[in-house]
Design a protein around this ligand. Structure first.
Ligand code: PMT
Length: 406
């Protein structure tokens, strides 16, 4: 028996207020035609355009409208609903719901479920052409897309208000197809990536430590980009302050020794190991068990011992994955990075100049050079999200299959 592209997939359709809301009935049908189980969440404004009863009859499930309805919450609460969904598609997505999502508001059931989701969110904007081109709407959309929300449309054409221009919702059949394509395996389906990110902290005493300025942004962006291509990702992260990509399997660590233990537990079973973490090269030789007291001396000395080199240890394993490291340099960037690649036996090193304030540690942007045994491939200044996509693309298209043929 042939299976449909959305068989066993649980799709939550969010409907917000707009004349295109009537098309969401057709979307429910088209998703079901592709094999999906569908539930519907409606905003109060959506219910002015189409009744919950219509969508309940079509979806075969009660329609969710209110976060403060005890009966509905008892049947399936907003957190359960968020966990239930394999993907959420909001169609139509009004300018208002896009703004509220961009701000992270949770002032109705739909936005609350979106905040609590662990799955991908697709939105099909639909609104008047002037509202669409307003810079606030465009800025809100940009924010959402940068966070990984997938934008479908809008299309251009005649509008219900008589205007002509951008803002028509994509047709339900096309939206259902886009949801199906979203689930089709990416180029890295079946691959397991392990990515280290962020700083390590090396304890001096119970309240003090030595660390660095790594924010984790580069590593988290790489994790998201690999996930977007269908890979399973284990993210081994030092202490950071940024959101973890949904679907990443997170292992929190503190010190370089913790990071090594975590890396060793997964390295032999993964396909690719990427070390983007800024691992402290040294740690205090002795960690005081009590808070160290100030003395009358004007100086103090902390004896340091070398930390294990996480990535070099992984690269030396007999059954090793493809290993990609970073080189954070402040001078002779390419020359030093090449030497690092050879010394640590890496398949590729990604050189970045951390002396440049615009890039490197804790910035949103970076500029890097990918260096393998055969080539140097510069990637110009761009957001870490954009560079991460290019790096993952390079690994997937140029390194991975060649590595496995050896
Ligand atoms: O986290 P962000 O704020 O986004 O910043 C990103 C970044 C600048 C931290 C990142 O782009 C970067 O350059 N990461 C590597 C930082 C670093 O420690 O570089 P290194 O040249 O000292 O180390 C070389 C390689 O060995 C790295 O892959 C590093 O993870 C690894 N290493 C280093 C020491 C050690 N004891 N164990 C290691 O595995």
């Amino acid at each position: 028996m042939s299976t449909q592209p959305l068989t066993h997939k649980q799709i939550l359709v969010g409907v917000s207020g707009g004349i295109a809301a009537y098309k969401s009935a057709e979307l429910v049908r088209r998703l079901q035609d592709l094999g999906a189980e569908v539930r519907v969440v409606m905003t109060p404004a959506a219910q002015e355009f189409i009744t919950p009863l219509t969508l309940q009859a079509l979806s075969g499930n009660p329609v969710h409208t209110d976060m403060l309805d005890h009966n509905a919450e008892a049947a399936m609460g907003h957190i359960e609903l968020a966990r239930w969904a394999d993907a959420i598609i909001i169609a139509p997505a009004s300018a208002d719901v896009i703004a509220r999502l961009a701000q992270g508001q949770g002032n109705d059931l739909l936005t609350t479920v979106c905040l609590a989701r662990r799955c991908d969110l697709l939105i099909a904007p639909a609104m008047n052409q002037a509202m669409w081109s307003h810079q606030a709407t465009q800025a809100n959309l940009k924010t959402l897309v940068e966070r990984g929300v997938i934008q479908l449309g809008p299309a251009s054409g005649g509008q219900a208000c008589g205007d002509v221009g951008m803002g028509r919702m994509e047709e339900p059949g096309e939206l259902a197809q886009a949801v199906a394509e979203h689930f089709q395996a990416g180029t890295l389906a079946g691959r397991h990536f392990v990515i280290t990110a962020g700083p390590t902290r090396e304890a001096i005493d119970p309240v003090r430590y030595i660390s660095n300025h790594s924010s984790g942004k580069m590593g988290y962006a790489l994790a998201q980009a690999a996930i977007d291509q269908g890979a399973r990702v284990t993210l081994i992260s030092g202490p950071t302050n940024i959101p973890v990509p949904p679907k990443a399997e997170l292992i929190n660590i503190i010190s370089a020794e913790d990071m090594l233990a975590a890396a060793m537990s997964v390295a032999e079973s993964c396909d690719v190991f990427i070390g983007s973490a800024a691992v402290a090269d040294f740690r205090p030789a002795h960690v005081a068990t009590q808070k160290m007291k100030k003395t009358s001396a004007d100086t103090m000395t902390i004896e340091m011992v070398k930390n294990p080199d996480v990535i070099a240890t992984i690269a030396k394993l007999q059954s090793r994955p493809l290993v990609v490291g970073f080189a954070a340099e402040t001078e002779h960037v390419i020359e030093y990075a090449k030497a690092k690649r050879e010394r640590k036996q890496l398949d590729m090193v990604i050189a970045n100049n951390v002396a440049d304030q615009r890039i490197g540690f804790n910035s949103d942007d970076n500029a890097v050079t990918l260096i393998t045994a055969e080539q140097e491939h510069p990637l110009a200044l761009a957001s870490k999200a954009q560079l991460a996509r290019e790096i993952i693309h390079f690994i997937s298209n140029h390194l991975l299959s060649a590595y496995e043929k050896e």
